[in-house]
Structures are given as structure tokens and as C-alpha cells.
Design a protein around this ligand. Structure first.
Ligand SMILES: N[C@@H](CCC(=O)N[C@@H](CS)C(=O)NCC(=O)O)C(=O)O
Length: 200
């Protein structure tokens, strides 16, 4: 399998962490792509020209990140990243919350790259509020004991690290002591460390 990937994409990182956690690293080739500069290189694998996309050995492909992660979870029995039964909905809900943080953060990063006169202050404020509220919700949901690193918490680490990586000036993690401490703890986990966004 081939994973179309960028080291700065939080969605692609979520998949990369999943690959490592599931012990599938030797079955997935990581292929770096410049999705913003050269979207045509991705379109054959994802008509939406977005990454991540996972090209399977039969040439078909899967996207987007929740679909890819769920597929990868079926390829090895343990650890279970997306449980069946009642626990499933909490994990999917948390993934949706974290993916929403990524969406708002990515939109804001792109908006900030536009000429100032073209930026929408109204939308930038909405995306910032969405991130701030969702990060506060993740902080409130974090249990006292370090939680199992399921798909919901994998998405959460990718989301909050992306916010700090691209939008650290907003200080959105300042009021989230529990989440910040958990993030520091998780930084040394091999899958998290190996996939960390580039420094500087
Ligand atoms: N919902 C998608 C979002 C993927 C996404 O937006 N990826 C960004 C990179 S961080 C991208 O490829 N953007 C290109 C574009 O929007 O044209 C997922 O979870 O995979």
C-alpha cells in the first residue's frame, strides 16, 4: 500500500500514527506529495485532490482520513483503535471533534496566506472560536488516567499539535492544563515522535 502524505498535514499524520500503532509500517510506503503546489499528482488517487489517500495493492484508493484509519484498523487484530459496540460512538465523536479542529485550523492557515485585504475577519473569528471551544471540550473529556490511545485520541494529538505548529501565536492551549500535560506525555510515544511536524 502507498500513503500519499505530507509531513505537515494533520490528517495524514493521524493515518501515519495509526499505521505505526497497528504495526503496519512495513506494509505501507509513505509517498511525500505537494498537495497544495501540485494537486494533479493526487487527483488520480482522490478526485478531491486532498491528502491523505491510501492506494491499495489492487490500485484502488481510500480517502479520507477516518475511512483510511478504519480500514487500517481491520488489518491487524490489536490494538483495537475503533472498538465495536457502545464504545465506538465515543471514539468516533472524539475523532469528529478533533477533525473539526483540523478543519478550522487548516482554513485559518490558508486564509492567513491570502493578501490581508481579501481575508474575512468574520470567518477567521468563527474558526478561532470553533478551535478554542473544541480544544476546551477535549481538555474536559481527558480522564485523570492516561486514556487508551484509540482513534479519537490519535486524532486529538494530531489536531492540537497542528494548532501549536501553525497557529501557536493564538495561545489556544494555554488554558488547557490537562490537555497540555497529556500532549507533553505523548510526545515521546514512538508513533507520535516519528510523525511530529517539522520544527521551525
Ligand atoms: N476530511 C479530509 C481532509 C483532508 C485535507 O483537507 N487535507 C489537506 C491537507 S492538510 C489537503 O489535502 N488540502 C488540499 C485542498 O484542500 O485542496 C480528511 O480527513 O482526510
Amino acid at each position: 500500500m502507498k500513503l500519499l502524505y505530507s509531513p505537515t498535514s494533520p490528517y495524514a499524520r493521524k493515518v501515519r500514527i495509526t499505521v505505526i500503532e497497528k504495526g503496519l509500517a512495513d506494509r505501507v510506503e509513505i509517498v511525500g506529495v505537494d498537495v497544495l503546489g501540485k494537486p494533479d499528482t493526487v487527483r488520480a488517487s482522490n478526485p478531491l485532490a486532498k491528502i491523505p489517500a491510501l492506494v491499495l495493492d489492487d490500485g484502488t484508493s481510500l480517502f479520507d482520513s477516518p475511512v483510511i484509519c478504519e480500514y487500517l484498523d481491520t488489518l491487524a487484530p490489536t490494538p483495537v483503535l475503533l472498538p465495536k459496540g457502545a464504545a465506538r460512538w465515543g471514539v468516533l465523536r472524539r475523532q469528529a471533534l478533533a477533525d473539526g479542529v483540523m478543519d478550522a485550523a487548516f482554513n485559518l492557515v490558508m486564509e492567513r496566506r491570502r493578501p490581508e485585504a481579501l481575508r474575512s475577519e468574520e470567518w477567521m473569528a468563527r474558526w478561532t472560536a470553533a478551535m478554542s471551544n473544541a480544544i476546551a471540550a477535549l481538555d474536559a473529556e481527558l480522564p485523570a488516567e492516561t486514556p487508551a490511545f484509540d482513534l479519537g485520541w490519535i486524532a486529538a494529538i494530531a489536531a492540537v499539535d497542528y494548532v501549536e505548529f501553525r497557529l501557536g501565536d493564538l495561545g489556544l492551549l494555554k488554558a488547557t492544563a490537562k490537555l497540555a500535560a497529556w500532549r507533553a506525555l505523548m510526545a515521546d510515544r514512538p508513533s507520535v515522535a516519528a510523525s511530529a511536524p517539522p520544527k521551525g
